[in-house]
Design a protein around this ligand. Sequence first.
Ligand SMILES: [Fe+2]
Ligand SMILES: [Fe+2]
Length: 264
Amino acid sequence: MAFDIDRFARDSVRVGWEDLDLEVFRTDPLPPESLRTLRYMCDVEYHTVCYLRDMLVTRSRRETEVNAFMTMWNREEFWHGEALAHVLSLHGITVSYDELKAKRVKLGWKDRLAPLKQSVLSNLVGKDFVAVHMIWGAVNEWSASAAYKRLAVLEGHPGLAVLVRRIAAQEARHVAFYATQARTRLTDNARAQKLARLALSTAWRPVGSGIASDDEVTHVMGHLFGGAAGRKEIDAIDRHISKLPGMDGLTIVGDALDARGIAA
Ligand SMILES: [Fe+2]
Ligand SMILES: [Fe+2]
């Protein structure tokens, strides 16, 4: 089914939380492991603008629909970050851009030439780079959607469950865009399929790996996707990926959990 980009642009709204009773967290806070996961997810959402910066110097910027989508998508992801930052603030945790920036520098995310390198790489592989970008985005959005759905189940708090399900619904639309684009661009394109398969199987890491420490990545993966119910969600993502043209048999998300010793 085609993705209606005009409709997406028209219907895109910031996620709302004003109608939810979240103040209750002041007296009935979330447990530390959930706050740690929320903090990670908040950082990832806020980081989207940096990812967008990298992508805007690539071949993808020449694609009208991709440009239109990324504008609205970036805005939606920013508000996901704001929503999570609000929940964290009710627990006395302040998330600030300056702090995030300092953390990224500490972790080595300081390569100012990254967008340039990305641009050179994308021009080397030409239009097929866009197919790789799209399937990469699809995997990350499937992961984000599954993460929010799992958080809603794990944290029975009514206000938080509603909020993260609202976010998950927007992530599902992001999935629809990226997966539709990826499928179209990979179909009957052996070179793009080969590039995408190579990129995913050698370079893909769980969302947030580049901006959070290894311990944090392992905590979040284990918290959200450890155990049978979590692994079921991960297996579903791998099935979605393997159904895209040329991706048969890929199990990159499950493999990432196995590599971290996260048991099913
Ligand atoms: Fe998001
Ligand atoms: Fe998203």
